[in-house]
Design a protein around this ligand. Structure first.
Ligand code: COA
Length: 471
């Protein structure tokens, strides 16, 4: 400000202009490390995190769509390429409303645009090649080899667009199983989750959380943004591969930790240790034991006889042991050598949790939570999907969002679980099949009406049955 005053005070306009130019030139356009100077725009008004990134989305079912939906929430323009007439198979799976896209589809494909292209039609292939040139990322989760069979090998894509990042979900990485088709529960079993989930005396169990599909989609999204960041230095794209087996194993990493600990003795925090049951060769199923070093268990609360979710997870964290003893009416346990220290308690966990349950069962799970939180005792009510859908705080944060849909009406979806302070999430309804076909051809590829008519006439955008009828 002071500098400008000095320049303005000069009598000769020409001289002052020269001075201003010199001062402007002195100001570097970027910070010293090459990044732009901090935006002066208010928080949340400087665009979205992935604005300007265009994604060619060949994903289907769940794993891939989860990934591209996250990218769309972050502001990327996600163009979902679907098979004419059918689209993503999930549009018609587990339908709850006749003739409307299923919730399976709508909740995994929000904020995207849809174009239908027959990737096996020569003109369709041409359109895809043109889209490859206009996009930054291609994401797919076809069975192994399907993308290559479409002619979209990495070499072909990279020749057309060296900046393209080609991201894939596969069931297994390179190795004996690489050609296998894989769904969620196959991955949970192959990734070590099922063998470590369930009760010791029961069979392996799969979890309700979709760690194989959505978990791998999440891993892939991180791979993609990392590759985008690396591209700012190298100028070139790369392949990103997430195998579902690897993703599940990554999420079950603590169980591989326990596998190695077994060599050095029993796993003392597992309740089977306290019960005197010997360990076998592999990490066992641990029921509801806490995964960390603080013993925990699921306990009944008031109403459990009729409400399947009237339970609470209760952790006997060592620093609050005294408070727990007072709450449950066992103050003598604070000094009793059998209960006073964590190692002394380990062989008695069953008795301890049974005693705590005699207290929790007299209260609702929410009452237990309020009381325990006052004493810093970590507890977690078992929340049903109904309770989560109705929870006001999740609506307020945008974690649960209601969106409207032209054929099915309003539905709930999970918004962006990742909150960025300068990038408001973009959560919109899922597209109808081929809703944006013309718009994408016109605006992204710059096609004229005549050209679009030619592409359509060649059968590149319609289902093969229709083509047969027309012939
Ligand atoms: N136009 C024409 N054909 C198309 C098309 C389009 N727009 N989009 C897809 N197709 C074709 C593909 O070319 C392929 O045909 P091909 O086998 O003749 O080459 C076929 O549709 C799709 O193949 P595929 O991926 O094998 O589907 P699928 O229903 O048989 O198998 C999975 C589904 C999920 C098992 C399999 O895709 C898979 O293992 N994916 C990797 C792992 C994964 O993501 N699993 C989790 C899913 S939630």
């Amino acid at each position: 400000m002071a500098r400008r005053k000095k320049a303005e005070s000069r009598p000769a306009a020409k001289k002052s202009a020269r001075k201003v130019v010199r001062l402007k030139a002195k100001k570097p356009p970027q910070a010293a490390n090459g990044t732009p100077r901090p935006s002066s725009k208010p928080w949340g008004q400087a665009g979205r995190a992935l604005e300007g990134v265009r994604v060619l989305d060949f994903t289907h079912v769940q794993s891939g769509p989860t990934c591209t939906q996250l990218l769309a929430f972050m502001g990327a323009d996600v163009i979902k390429v679907e098979r004419p007439g059918i689209g993503d198979i999930t549009r018609g799976q587990l339908r709850d409303v006749r003739s409307a896209d299923s919730l399976y589809f709508t909740m995994l494909n929000g904020s995207k645009r849809s174009i239908t292209i027959d990737s096996k039609n020569p003109k369709g292939k041409e359109v895809l090649d043109r889209l490859v040139k206009k996009c930054d990322v291609l994401v797919e989760n076809f069975a192994p080899g399907a993308l290559d069979r479409m002619g979209l090998t990495f070499e072909h894509i990279h020749k057309l667009n060296p900046r393209m990042i080609v991201a894939s979900v596969k069931g297994f990485g390179p190795g004996p199983y690489e050609d296998c088709k894989v769904y969620e529960n196959v991955a949970q079993c192959a990734g070590g989750s099922a063998s470590t989930t369930g009760f010791r005396d029961g069979p392996p169990l799969v979890t309700g959380a979709q760690i194989g599909d959505s978990g791998t989609g999440l891993h892939l999204a991180l791979g993609i943004v990392s590759a985008l960041y690396q591209r700012t230095r190298t100028g070139r794209g790369q392949k990103v591969l997430c195998a579902m087996q690897d993703g599940v194993l990554n999420l079950a990493r603590v169980k591989l930790r326990d596998q190695q600990r077994l060599k050095h003795g029993p796993l003392t925090e597992y309740s089977q240790y306290g019960e005197g049951i010997p360990f076998g060769a592999a990490t066992p199923r641990a029921g509801n034991d806490s995964g960390g070093g603080q013993p925990g268990w699921i306990l009944k609360c008031k109403g459990w006889e009729s409400d399947p979710d009237a339970y609470i997870y209760f952790i006997t964290q060592a620093p609050v042991w005294g408070a727990i003893c007072d709450l449950i009416g066992k103050p003598e346990w604070k000094t009793d050598p059998d209960y006073a220290t964590p190692p002394a308690r380990l062989p008695r966990l069953r008795k301890i949790f049974d005693t705590i349950e005699q207290w929790t069962v007299t209260k609702t799970k929410f009452e237990v939570m309020v009381i325990c939180n006052k004493h810093d005792i970590p507890v977690g009510p078992i929340l049903s999907m109904k309770e989560l859908a109705e929870e006001p705080s999740l609506r307020a944060t945008g974690t649960v969002v209601e969106v409207d849909h032209p054929t099915r009406g309003p539905y709930l979806t999970v918004g962006n679980p990742i909150k960025l302070s300068d990038s408001p999430p973009d959560v919109r309804r899922s597209p109808l099949l081929g809703e944006h076909t013309d718009e994408i051809l016109r605006k992204v590829l710059g096609c004229s009406d005549k050209e679009i008519a030619g592409i359509k006439a060649a059968g590149a955008l319609s289902a093969p049955e229709k083509k047969a009828e027309a012939a």
